[in-house]
Design a binder for this molecule. Structure first.
Ligand code: ATP
Ligand code: MG
Length: 370
């Protein structure tokens, strides 16, 4: 798994049994800076795109294979003991139907060639999970809610599961029923890009820098006017909608604002938009569990807890899965569903005309070189 933050490749060795997953080993694999730059560059239009994408697709396939082999080496596991790799790929474009004027122009694109992964590891690789959902009229995202329902639902209890990655998404569980799931808007992406611009740091550890600033209410109100926050029903978003160019447009009205104040305001934007999305379900949700890197941002968690009170806010570790490995486990689980011929998406979440078996299968084999 490599998400919109492009912070690292998360690889997890997961045992899937029935609907339960058990994480046996984990490995966080560094993404070399040159690939981070190339991913950032290919994520918007530019010259020679097909050439650059073709090369990066293969490079990331090699990197994902390397991440897998190092995970297995550390765990003392042979590749023949592994049934499959579930590879999400690196999203380089996400243009879902909800953000597209003509629905037939919608598409989503993840790269990291699964042929290369299967070739170098010898392990059957399941990949390209999102495009089948888009083909069936869905958003292609979020896909995590079906896994959240399988792993975290409790009969008779209403819960929200919130994943705060680059973009944040929420799953609404009414007992064991998956009632809703949607992206809520920016998670860490704006916070990461803003601190990088001003301090050269890749993220605001524990939200410490944001704590040096004051929330600018007038800027916050403007940012909260983004039409995405008013959308209802199946919806998903990406860096296409929430990026520094969008922020800069709004900052023109605030020439004297300090960078710290902007960071404090962005942190509030993430917390407020998550809380708004949960509250707008009009359901009583007494428990909210958080996963993803944003769950380590202490200031963000404090803000979110205040916004959601009196609901309980906790980490998914309380439900048995470390918040850093939920996304990786999701794609292991989805791969196991695909190989069993089971459906992986949920039409109530993505708006697809129906649930589908997701992804393509790239068979492993004895010809493995790596
Ligand atoms: N201690 C911390 N304090 C503040 N932020 C943190 C901390 N640890 C991680 N993060 C944030 O979490 C981000 C990484 O989160 P994560 O890996 O869940 O996102 P992602 O790769 O975008 O995943 P996805 O899009 O699939 O949800 C980092 O870029 C950083 O912003
Ligand atoms: Mg990540």
């Amino acid at each position: 798994m490599s998400g919109t933050s492009v912070d690292a490749i998360d690889s997890a060795l997961v045992r899937c049994r029935d609907n339960r997953v058990e994480i046996l080993a984990t490995h966080q694999h560094t993404i070399p800076p040159k690939y981070k730059q190339q991913i950032a560059a290919i994520s918007h239009s530019g010259p020679d795109e097909i050439e650059r994408m073709g090369i990066l697709d293969r490079e990331l396939g090699r990197l994902f294979a390397e991440a897998t082999l190092q995970l297995l080496e550390g765990a003392g596991i042979n590749s023949r003991q592994v049934e499959a790799i579930g590879s999400h790929g690196q999203t380089i474009r996400h243009r879902p139907p909800s953000a597209t004027q003509h629905k037939r122009d919608s598409f989503t694109l993840q790269i990291g060639d699964p042929n290369t992964i299967a070739e170098l590891t010898g392990i059957t690789t399941v990949a390209d999970f999102r495009r089948r959902d888009v083909a069936a009229g869905g958003e292609g995202a979020p896909l995590a809610p079906a896994f959240h329902a399988a792993a975290f639902a409790e009969p008779g209890v209403n819960r929200a599961i919130v994943n705060i990655g680059g973009i944040a998404n929420a799953t609404i569980l009414v007992g064991c029923e998956l009632r809703m799931g949607f992206d809520t808007g920016p998670g860490n992406t704006l916070l990461d890009h803003w601190i990088y611009r001003h301090r050269g740091e890749s993220y605001d550890r524990d939200g410490a820098w944001s704590a040096c600033g004051q929330v600018n209410q007038s800027l916050l109100e403007r940012l909260m006017k983004h039409p995405y926050f008013q959308q209802q029903g199946p919806r998903s978003t990406g860096k296409e909608a929430f990026n520094l160019a969008w922020l800069d447009g709004h900052l023109e009205g605030f020439p004297d604002i300090s960078p710290e104040d902007v960071q404090a305001t962005l942190l509030c934007l993430t917390a407020d938009s998550i809380a708004l999305a949960i509250k707008s379900t009009a359901l009583e949700i007494p428990e909210v569990y958080v996963c993803g890197g944003g769950s380590h941002n202490i200031r963000l968690m404090e803000k979110l807890a205040a916004q959601l009170a009196p609901a309980k806010l906790a980490s998914t570790v309380e439900l048995g899965i470390d918040p850093d490995w939920v996304e990786a486990a999701t794609f292991a689980w989805l791969a196991s569903r695909t190989l069993k011929g089971l459906k992986g998406n949920s039409e109530v979440v993505t708006g697809a005309v129906g649930a589908r078996v997701l992804g393509g299968v790239y068979w492993g084999g004895s010809q493995a070189s790596g």
